[in-house]
Design a binder for this molecule. Structure first.
Ligand code: NDP
Length: 444
């Protein structure tokens, strides 16, 4: 590893010893950037990497809200404004009990390179709260969202910081947050993306991350003389990303044989009936365990490891570190051909190395799941222009963006590393643009 990169990584570990997810993301990303620093000594002179790994700003605040019994509840919320070198901060809000500063800093760091890879002018940010929407009434979720925005509104803006959804934040939560922002500021601006279609949302945004993931997989498989068609596919999660990844995989001729939620997974060798999953998870906010009874087929496994299910294509689309080394070993043993990350950092570093060493095609989240933020940026453009594009128009642009990302990361991989090392390709390709912009803007 380049000595300067090593030094920055060591300092980062010493200063943020308790932030394990953030350090994991940095340990995956920084070593891959070594060839860039070998080629650009001026970056070291400008202390570029020390600046890059430090968020520009972190906002932490309390969110008091009234539950249905009239009791006062308090949660903690954050906005990490990581890097604005190439555009306004952009990245989702996550509502999940596991949210803390380390998780949001890892997501903000990844988001910065992901947004750069889209080729669109958006910087990196991320936010969220340890609030758990599960089991809360609509009224409770609304009051929580309104209280959160009553503080956050002063730190965001259409040209400053544009949040969106993530785990636990879908159209309902975005609608409540956007409504409160508009009410406080009196401004009808594109300050959130993932909005409803009746008030400035973009066609295709809901589907974008999952569809984009499959466009990336399709491009990668074609480049390696393989095809999605006929592939037995396992997808973890059954939320926004997983469901629309499953939809597009089926459209491209794959058979999706397993999906999950945080309690367990279902296996249905005949092909998961996605309308049933949508009904259970999107409409009723229920559990995937209901699938066999509702679909009249398949079996449910409580807990367990979905990656033990033999498949050709594995798409982790739930959460970070859900695919550890033991799971990667099972996938390889069962003959998996490709793994693409719909979630952010779902594969641990040792698992990633094992898959790559075993000849499995692997593409990391910052490239593979960039379709969501890409269409969010298209939503920002439509809002600024006061226009709405058709679903076909947006989908065509998304497809073009995912193909361009694949071309960029594979060319970069071939130039700096192994031509099939798409992980290094994504890290370097994303970083180069941010680095150039930071250098041009001076010591800020
Ligand atoms: P959702 O909340 O819609 O769905 C999340 C899914 O993952 C649910 O099935 C959930 O199960 C499961 N899950 C969440 N946390 C855990 C956990 N700790 N252990 C096991 N399973 C878990 O979120 P999204 O689909 O939006 O996000 C999924 C991933 O994709 C995240 O990593 C997110 O950062 C990433 N991503 C999302 C984008 C988007 O556009 N939404 C864009 C790019 C990346 P349960 O129902 O039981 O909670």
């Amino acid at each position: 590893m380049n000595a300067y990169v090593q030094k920055v990584l060591d300092d980062l570990k010493a200063r943020n010893a308790h932030e394990k997810e953030f350090l994991q993301a940095a340990e995956e990303m920084l070593p891959a950037l070594s060839p860039v620093f070998d080629a650009h000594p001026e970056y070291e002179k400008a202390n570029l990497l020390e600046r890059f790994v430090e968020p520009e700003r972190v906002i932490i605040f309390r969110v008091p809200w009234l539950d249905d019994k009239g009791g006062v509840q308090v949660n903690r919320a954050y906005r990490v404004q990581f890097n604005s070198a190439i555009g306004p901060y952009k990245g989702g809000m996550r509502f999940h009990p596991s949210v803390n500063l380390s998780v949001l800093k890892f997501l903000g760091l990844e988001q910065t390179l992901k947004n750069s890879l889209t080729g669109l002018p958006i910087g990196g940010g991320k936010g969220g709260s340890d609030f758990d929407p599960k089991g809360k009434s609509d009224g409770e979720v609304m009051r929580f969202c309104q209280s959160l925005i009553t503080e956050l509104y002063r730190h965001i803006g259409a040209d400053m910081d544009v949040p969106a959804g993530d785990i636990g934040v879908g159209a309902r939560e975005v609608g409540y947050m956007y409504g409160q922002y508009k009410r406080i500021t009196g401004q009808y601006t594109g300050v959130y993306t993932g909005k409803g279609l009746t008030f400035g949302g973009s066609a295709g945004r809901t589907q974008a991350t999952g569809y984009g993931l499959l466009y990336m997989v399709d491009a990668m498989l074609k480049a390696n003389k393989l095809s999605v068609s006929g592939m037995k596919t396992v997808i973890s999660g059954s939320g926004n990303v997983a469901i629309f990844a499953a939809e597009k995989a089926a459209q491209l001729g794959a058979t999706v044989i397993a999906m999950s939620d945080s309690n367990g997974y279902v296996v249905d060798e005949s092909g998961i009936a996605l309308d049933v999953v949508k009904e259970i998870k999107l409409k009723e906010r229920g559990r995937i365990s209901e699938y066999p009874a509702r679909a009249g087929k398949g079996r449910y496994v409580e807990g367990g490891d979905i990656w033990q299910t033999p498949c050709d294509l594995a798409l982790p689309c739930a959460t970070q570190n859900e695919l550890p080394l033991l799971s990667a070993q099972a996938l390889v043993k069962n003959g998996v051909k490709a793994v693409a990350e719909g979630a952010n950092m779902p594969t641990t570093i040792d698992a990633t190395h094992h898959l790559q060493k075993s000849g499995v095609l692997f593409v990391s989240g910052k490239a593979a799941n960039a379709g969501g933020v890409a269409v969010s940026a298209l939503e920002m453009s439509q809002n600024s222009m006061r226009l709405s594009w058709s679903a076909e128009e947006v989908d065509q642009k998304l497809h073009g963006i995912m193909n361009a990302i694949f071309e960029n990361i594979s060319k970069t991989a071939a130039k700096y590393a192994d031509p099939l090392d798409y992980v290094t390709g994504a890290n370097i390709a994303g970083f180069l643009k941010v680095a150039e912009a930071m250098m041009a803007q001076g010591a800020v």
